[in-house]
Design a protein around this ligand. Structure first.
Ligand SMILES: Nc1nc2c(ncn2[C@@H]2O[C@H](COP(=O)(O)OP(=O)(O)OP(=O)(O)O)[C@@H](O)[C@H]2O)c(=O)[nH]1
Ligand SMILES: [Mg+2]
Length: 237
């Protein structure tokens, strides 16, 4: 296969008349190809279910929210939840979730991703009670998970960023995730999670990201979850 591809490429260059090899011509071909690709992508997207990603730092409650969505609309959970960071270390997908709100229906594939962090220290896992070998393995898997989560960003049609509302919303990780999505023109809904906790400050999250809709919820207890579903229709419907 590789050899054929190489040969085809070589023949193409050799058979092009000299006057067609100008830079201008190549740029035109690129523009036309990219336009056709865009049109095809749009048509394709209309047919298939959208991919809805859950992104955020570790421990924000992505999987807890994924479990709530799946329990509400599929009657089953999606993944394991833990108070130790980096519980999710592989991309998880639940296909064909259909949610209904105010007489409208939204179909999507839900993608739960590993929490994104700038630093992973196996000693943190040891402090949380793990044996050294297990802690090192978790750190290794978590690092790979972060790379996968970032790679998958491009695949997303819309993203829910899940933040722990008891923590500083304006971190390097959060700003990087938001900036990446903004640069890719991917619609974003920010969830300020853990609203059930006293320290939760939803307004602080909203003022850190004034350009986005921020919805305060408790994924664990279901507080404000209807508003969250309405927000989903607003970004992905
Ligand atoms: N009080 C409270 N705790 C929550 C809420 N949502 C999640 N938690 C807790 O926060 C911890 C982390 O939850 P996860 O759902 O595993 O978080 P995650 O974002 O998937 O974490 P990673 O997989 O490590 O990236 C667990 O102990 C959850 O029980 C919430 O709404 N309220
Ligand atoms: Mg998780």
């Amino acid at each position: 296969m590789k050899i054929n591809h190489f040969q085809a490429k070589t023949i193409y260059i050799q058979t092009l008349p000299k006057n067609h090899q100008s830079k201008k011509g190549a740029v035109m071909i690129n523009i036309v190809t990219s336009f056709i690709n865009k049109v095809l992508k749009t048509l394709f997207r209309k047919k298939k279910n959208i991919k809805l990603g859950l992104y955020g730092p570790p421990n924000g409650g992505k999987t807890t929210l994924a479990n709530r969505i799946c329990t509400d609309w599929l009657g089953e959970e999606m993944g394991a939840v833990s108070n130790i960071a980096h519980e999710t270390r592989e991309i998880q997908i639940k296909e064909q979730i259909s949610i209904k709100s105010k007489g409208k229906e939204l179909m999507f594939n839900l993608v739960d991703t590993p929490g994104i962090a700038t630093k992973i220290d196996f000693e943190d896992f040891v402090k949380a009670g793990m044996k050294e070998k297990q802690a090192k393995q978790r750190a290794k898997e978590a690092t790979k998970g972060i790379i996968d989560a970032i790679k998958w960003l491009d695949e997303m049609d819309a993203v829910i960023i899940v933040l722990d509302a008891t923590k500083d919303p304006y971190t390097q990780v959060n700003v990087t995730i938001v900036g990446n999505l903004q640069a890719r023109n991917i619609p974003v809904l920010i969830v300020a999670n853990k609203s059930d906790l006293k320290k939760a400050d939803i307004r602080k999250v909203q003022s850190a990201y004034p350009q986005y809709s921020v919805i305060g919820i408790s994924a664990k207890y279901g507080d404000n979850i209807d508003k969250f579903y309405e927000g989903l229709f607003a970004i992905a419907g």
